[in-house]
Design a protein around this ligand. Structure first.
Ligand code: AVJ
Length: 333
């Protein structure tokens, strides 16, 4: 059953540092942040702007690439351990998904669970969310599906627990936690701990590995990741009337070992100036715009981070090659 109205939240007016970043990404935020990205040193923008319709399509293609192991590895871990995960959840549990991307992943959970009570997918994109929620609802007639349009990096509130429901379980797959800086990750986890009080968080985290494997995953031979990265500039041209010449920017992705993260950049191939928001921005040859960090973890570093946010680490599941990890984390009581 798709429950009545769509719960829409902007922000609760609380003073988190990045608060202004998150309001309707659609309205004004992108133009201001893109202009700021070109004005600050080092030049940098949040990876959340990758995901317009075209960017989301390209991301789906990334997930199918032979070199991009995280998606299929995490799916394999969830499939192989669905019974154990379902046992942790217990009867009538409610799932709160942060960034309702892959309905495939939550289906693996729902199929194994004992009478799930409700599914609350949280996403910034309302259109996408409503369509996905309707699809899922059709396939799980006994399940209440209640989409929440919100930016989960901001403080937010959830509907009260249903009478007779089991524990509330957060689901944050895909190693999206890796997009945050360590401080932002801590802040996110603290917020999630409050929303999930007394329940748990099921979290996917990509693991540190041989740099060549990481490099290949972000430099695929078909160039899909490069198109995904460059789509940020194409989006700025489409939505903001900017004049980026995509052929004059190179995709760059590398593993920064000391900081344990993949960095993606767009590097200017020449000296050029960009018109955006009534201003002009100069780039020298070799100047980069930092577009994404994707932090990698060890099982222990992830558990230590979660513990700092008040979670009590529980079981961890990995694949036989140790590429990816899925963590059960008990929320504070
Ligand atoms: C969705 C953030 C987990 O960091 O691997 C894939 C995004 N960027 N290829 C990741 C991404 C380039 C992805 N996350």
């Amino acid at each position: 059953m798709l429950s009545g109205d769509l719960l829409v939240q902007m922000d609760a007016g609380l003073d988190t540092p990045a608060n202004d970043q998150a309001r309707p990404v659609q309205a004004g935020g992108f133009e201001r942040d893109m202009a700021r990205a070109l004005a600050v040193r080092p030049r940098a923008i949040s990876p959340k702007y990758f995901y317009d319709a075209q960017g989301s399509r390209l991301f789906d293609q990334i997930c199918e690439l032979p070199e991009y192991y995280p998606t299929r590895t995490e799916l394999g871990i969830l499939r192989d351990n669905a019974q154990q995960v379902a046992r942790q959840m217990g009867p009538r549990a409610e799932i709160v998904e942060f960034g309702a991307g892959s309905l495939l992943k939550v289906r693996l959970l729902l199929d194994a669970m004992d009478r799930p009570s409700r599914y609350l997918p949280i996403d910034i994109s309302g259109d996408h969310l409503t369509a996905s929620a309707e699809d899922l609802s059709r396939d799980y007639p006994g399940l209440q599906v209640k989409p929440v349009v919100a930016d989960y990096t901001q403080r937010m509130l959830l509907p009260a627990a249903l009478p007779g429901s089991g524990q509330r379980v957060g689901f944050f797959p895909g190693s999206t936690i890796g997009n945050f800086t360590p401080d932002e990750a801590l802040q996110f986890l603290r917020g999630a701990g409050q929303l999930l009080r007394g329940g748990a968080l099921l979290l996917g985290a990509d693991l540190i590995k041989e740099p060549a494997l990481l490099h290949a995953a972000y430099n695929d031979s078909q160039g899909v990741t490069a198109r995904f990265n460059l789509n940020l500039l194409a989006r700025a041209n489409r939505e903001l009337g900017a004049d980026f010449d995509l052929s004059q920017f190179a995709h760059s992705a590398f593993y920064n070992a000391p900081l344990q993260r993949i960095e993606m950049h767009l590097v200017s191939r020449c000296r050029q100036s960009i018109a955006l928001a009534g201003e002009s921005f100069e780039l020298a040859q070799g100047d980069s715009i930092h577009t994404e960090n994707s932090h990698k973890f060890t099982v222990d570093s992830l558990r230590a981070l979660a513990a700092r946010a008040g979670f009590k680490p529980g079981p961890v599941w990995t694949d036989p090659q140790g590429l990816f990890s899925v963590h059960w984390l008990h929320a504070p009581t």
